[in-house]
Design a protein around this ligand. Structure first.
Ligand SMILES: *[C@@H]1O[C@H](CO)[C@@H](O)[C@H](O)[C@H]1NC(C)=O
Ligand SMILES: *[C@@H]1O[C@H](CO)[C@@H](O)[C@H](O)[C@H]1NC(C)=O
Ligand SMILES: *[C@@H]1O[C@H](CO)[C@@H](O)[C@H](O)[C@H]1NC(C)=O
Length: 392
C-alpha cells in the first residue's frame, strides 16, 4: 500500500460514508447563494465597525459577556449545537466493526449486538472531586483563560463534550472528604449514589479521556460485551509486579469505571466501601491510606466475590488504559486514554476533540458552498488584459 492510500484510509473513519453524506443538504441554489453572500457582507461590515468584535482579544472578553436566557436558544445552547456539529461523524451504535486510526479493526463481542439504540439520559458521565478546583484555569473558577486551562479542567470539559455529543447526562459531584482514608476512595460511594438515578454510570478520572469522540458508548458496550448481568467494567493495569494483587493477578484500575445499576451492584459498592473495616475481609484496612487504595481493595477481594459470567469485566489495558507512549507496557489506550504520567496531555486531547471535527466540517462547508466561496480566476492570464477582470 503506498503512502497516499494509507493516509486516505486512515482518515476514512473521520468521514461519513457516502450514503450519510448525501443526507447533508445538497448544493444551494443561486437565490440562497446571493442571500449567503449578503449575510456574510453584513456580518463583515458590522464586525469591522464594532470595536469589540474586531478586537483580537475577542476570546479573553468572551466569558465576561452575559448570554441572556432570552437570546435564541438554538445558538446559545451548546447541547443542541454540539450534536449537530458531530452528527455526520457518528459511528453507528449497531455497527459490527470499528476501524481505529491505526487501521486496526475492532469487532463487537456478540452478533446481533445487544445495544442498538442510544441510551441517552439513562447514562451518566461522572466526574467526582473533593477539591475546590477554583484556582487559575480551574473548572470551578468563574473565568478561565484559554491558555491557562488546567489539565484537570481539560479532562472534565472533554467528558462534558463527549456526553453532549451523544446525548448522555453529565455531572460533576463536588464530594465531601473522608476523614478515615485516602480521598481517592470517594468515587466508590458517589458512583453508588449516582446509580440510584441512572442505569449506567461511567466514571472517569480527570486524566482519562475518550479518544474517539464520534464513537458512542453503546458501541463500546457491544464491543466489551456489557450485558444485563454486568455490574462493573474496569481496565487492567500494566502487567508489572507493583500492579499485582496478593494472588499475583494484575490489578484493575479505577480511573475508568462502567457501572450498571442493580441491587447486586449496590450491595457490591457497599461491601467495597466497608472493606476497610476488616469485618468481611481481614487486612483490607491497610488500603485506607496505602496505595493503591480502593483499587487494591477491589482487586484483592471484591473481584473474587463476583465471578458470574460478564459480572465484572476486565477491559484490556490496550483499549481502556494508558496512552501511545506507554505502548511498551501494552497500554496504548485505544478507546480511553489514561494519561497517568503525562497529565498535561488532556489539554491537547481536548483541542483535538474539538478542532479535528470542526476543521473537517469547515472544509466540507467550503466545498458545498463553492459557488460563493471560490473565485476561479485560473482561466485569465496576468497581467490582466485591457477590459479583462476577475469578478470577486
Ligand atoms: C459475551 O458474553 C456472552 C454471555 O456471557 C458469552 O456467551 C460470549 O462468549 C461473550 N463473548 C465474548 C467475545 O467474550
Ligand atoms: C493478614 O495479614 C497478616 C500479617 O501480614 C497475615 O499473617 C495474615 O495471614 C493476613 N490474613 C489474611 C486473611 O490474609
Ligand atoms: C477553474 O477553471 C479552469 C479553467 O476555466 C478549469 O479547468 C478548472 O476545472 C476550474 N476549477 C474548478 C475547481 O472549478
Amino acid at each position: 500500500m503506498n503512502a497516499m492510500s494509507r493516509k486516505a484510509e486512515s482518515f476514512d473513519f473521520m468521514f461519513p460514508p457516502s450514503e450519510r453524506r448525501r443526507r447533508l443538504p445538497t448544493n444551494c441554489r443561486w437565490p440562497l447563494s446571493i442571500a449567503l453572500v449578503a449575510i456574510t457582507l453584513i456580518v463583515i461590515f458590522f464586525a469591522y465597525h464594532n470595536p469589540s468584535l474586531s478586537d483580537s482579544n475577542i476570546l479573553s472578553g468572551y466569558s465576561l459577556e452575559e448570554i441572556k436566557p432570552s437570546s435564541d436558544s438554538r445558538y446559545s445552547d451548546l447541547s443542541r449545537l454540539i450534536p449537530q456539529l458531530y452528527k455526520p461523524f457518528l459511528h453507528p451504535i449497531d455497527a459490527e466493526t470499528f476501524i481505529g486510526e491505526n487501521e486496526v479493526e475492532y469487532k463487537i463481542a456478540q452478533n446481533p449486538p445487544r445495544f442498538t439504540k442510544s441510551l441517552g439520559k439513562k447514562v451518566l458521565l461522572l466526574d467526582v472531586d473533593t477539591r475546590a478546583l477554583n484556582g487559575e484555569g480551574g473548572m470551578m473558577n468563574d473565568h478561565i483563560s484559554y491558555h491557562d486551562l488546567s489539565p484537570h479542567t481539560a479532562g472534565m470539559l472533554s467528558h462534558y463534550l463527549y456526553a453532549m455529543i451523544h446525548g448522555y447526562e453529565y455531572k460533576f459531584i463536588q464530594a465531601p472528604s473522608y476523614t478515615d482514608r485516602h480521598q481517592t476512595w470517594v468515587k466508590v460511594p458517589m458512583i453508588r449514589e449516582a446509580l440510584k438515578t441512572y442505569d449506567y454510570v461511567v466514571f472517569m478520572d480527570a486524566d482519562a479521556v475518550f479518544h474517539y469522540h464520534h464513537l458512542p458508548l453503546e458501541w463500546l458496550f457491544n464491543h466489551w460485551n456489557i450485558t444485563s448481568d454486568t455490574m462493573l467494567a474496569m481496565a487492567l493495569d500494566p502487567d508489572a509486579d507493583f500492579n499485582k494483587d496478593e494472588r499475583g493477578n494484575v490489578n484493575l484500575n479505577t480511573g475508568f469505571i462502567i457501572a450498571q445499576a442493580s441491587e447486586r451492584t449496590t450491595e457490591m459498592f457497599n461491601i467495597w466501601e466497608d472493606c476497610v473495616t476488616d469485618n468481611k475481609y481481614a487486612n483490607c484496612s491497610k488500603w485506607r491510606y496505602e496505595w493503591s487504595h480502593e483499587q487494591a481493595a477491589f482487586s484483592n477481594y471484591l473481584r473474587y466475590e463476583y465471578t458470574g459470567p460478564n459480572e465484572v469485566i476486565s477491559l484490556p489495558c490496550a483499549e481502556a488504559n494508558g496512552y501511545p507512549k506507554k505502548a511498551d507496557l501494552g497500554c496504548t489506550g485505544e478507546f480511553v486514554r489514561h494519561y497517568w504520567l503525562d497529565k498535561g496531555a488532556t489539554v491537547g486531547a481536548l483541542q483535538d476533540a474539538v478542532t479535528q471535527y470542526a476543521a473537517l466540517r469547515l472544509h466540507d462547508q467550503f466545498h458545498r458552498h463553492m459557488k460563493s466561496t471560490l473565485v476561479n480566476a485560473t482561466g485569465t492570464t496576468l497581467p490582466l488584459k485591457e477590459g479583462e477582470g476577475v469578478v470577486v
